[in-house]
Design a binder for this molecule. Structure first.
Ligand code: ATP
Length: 427
């Protein structure tokens, strides 16, 4: 983890937020490579969950919602973690998560646990008071539930169908940590899939498999992934089944995504609190019902951390250490590096032209600094699958060297066929 965090900082994946002021716990900023990696992850999710399906549409709801939403959803009352404080050092912990050995072994000098609500509060409008108090959403899901009728009425979709959303969520976690694993500001990718009540279990089974496959598609190693079914005592009272997709992080198996069958809990709650009819009338079967929901809920940040950890490798090459990120080409921030062997003409202009030609098709980076060996090392470290080197022969043979990150083989490829050669390798 430490090595990855230092690589992330050195190369520009992520930085501690407002670091020059000493940072702020649980918040991270994403650098040039990080934002690209995140966008690639989000794009892959949106493609799989929305664009390639005829039964899912997207929305983008506000981060701040009418505060009644969170009363109805149960978050005001129940979105809490048990907080305990060490009586000696006054550090605070989640009672269900104390792992700090100093505190576990020193005889339990703890305060009684109290329920701490994780929602961030702020005020909407110029008057600060209980009537203007609002919350930063702790999940994107409720923005979907409160729009269920709007989407139903404005599209031709009928259950089973889904509404997807990607967006920021905020939780005032008692103990944020493990770099970007547990954050106070993070991003979720959530689908609420609305189904006829009798089909709920079938769709839970379907989505758990789909979601597991999604991570394989991002290149995550299968032996580091597992689906874990929730025990009955772990389930929320309204849930009839749930699975977590887990990854084996350096700190142990942990949740990457949760897939839950939520019944009609949320729609029932909002219908009751708002007084609005949120039911669906099936005019073929002539029956009215509140759809049941299967919810796959994933984190952008956890996926990013997973993809980075899973790709990280250290190897010895001819007596030298190399660090390589074996990122899948679909998510790699840079797909092709264009490197002139020397900073001399005509190599640099030929390389710049090539970079310009390839840029519409691949995420491309031009680099003419330092020795070629150092530039290869840098590209290995940021996970670039291929590098193209323009050398002194290029003028004569109209060809360049194509170097592969993973096996470090180098082959000569005609410039004319380069785009095709890369496309074949990324397929
Ligand atoms: P935990 O038990 O770890 O606190 P949770 O079960 O409450 O998490 P969910 O409410 O199911 O988490 O959230 C769905 C997904 O959102 C998680 O699988 C995770 O990917 C992401 N997520 C939740 N909380 C955080 C957080 N504090 N930081 C980063 N990602 C988060």
């Amino acid at each position: 983890m430490e090595k990855l965090i230092s690589l992330a900082k050195r190369r520009g994946f992520f930085f501690q937020s407002s670091e020059i002021y000493g940072g702020i716990q649980g918040i991270w900023d994403f650098g040039p490579l990080g934002v690209t990696l995140r966008n690639n992850i989000k794009r892959a999710w949106w493609r799989a969950m929305v664009e390639l399906r005829d039964d899912v549409v997207g929305i983008d709801a506000g981060i701040i919602m009418n505060a009644q939403t969170w009363v109805a959803s149960g978050h005001v009352e129940n979105f809490t973690d048990p907080l305990i404080e060490c009586k000696k050092c006054h550090q605070r912990f989640r009672a269900d998560q104390v792992t700090d050995p100093r505190h576990v072994t020193d005889g339990g000098e703890w305060t009684e646990p109290r329920q701490f609500n994780l929602m961030f509060k702020t005020f909407a409008g110029p008057v600060e008071g209980s009537s203007s108090q609002v919350y930063l959403r702790p999940e994107t899901a409720q923005g979907i539930f409160v729009n269920f009728i709007n989407v139903l009425n404005s599209t031709r979709l009928r259950p089973p169908f889904g509404i997807a959303q990607i967006g920021k969520a905020f939780r005032n976690e008692i103990t944020p940590g493990n770099s970007i694993f547990r954050l106070r500001e993070f991003e979720q990718m959530e689908l609420e899939f609305f189904v006829p009540p009798a089909e709920e279990m079938k769709w839970l089974d379907y989505w758990k498999n789909e979601r597991f496959r999604f991570y394989l598609g991002l290149g995550v190693r299968e032996n580091k992934l597992r689906l874990r079914q929730h025990r009955p005592d772990e389930l929320a009272h309204y849930a009839s089944g749930a699975f977590d997709v887990e990854y084996e992080f350096p700190f142990g198996w942990s949740e990457l995504e949760g897939i839950a069958a939520r019944g009609n809990f949320d729609l029932t709650a909002h219908q009751k609190a708002s007084g609005k009819d949120l039911s669906y009338f099936d005019d073929i079967k002539r029956e009215r019902y509140l759809p049941h929901v299967v919810e796959p809920s994933a984190g952008v940040d956890r996926t990013m951390l997973t993809v980075l950890i899973d790709a990280y490798a250290e190897e010895e090459v001819r007596g030298e250490q190399r660090v390589v990120l074996r990122l899948h080409p679909s998510v790699a921030p840079v797909q092709v590096a264009i490197l002139p062997l020397s900073r001399k003409e005509p190599l640099t202009s030929r390389a710049r032209t090539l970079a310009h030609e390839l840029r519409p098709y691949f995420r491309t980076e031009y680099d003419d600094t330092q020795s070629i060996g150092k530039r290869y090392r840098r590209q290995d470290e940021i996970g670039t699958p291929y590098a193209v080197t323009i050398d002194f022969e290029t003028e004569n043979d109209q060809a360049a060297t194509l170097r592969s990150r993973d096996d470090m083989t180098q082959i000569r490829v005609p410039l004319e066929g380069l785009r095709q050669a890369l496309e074949e390798r990324f397929r």
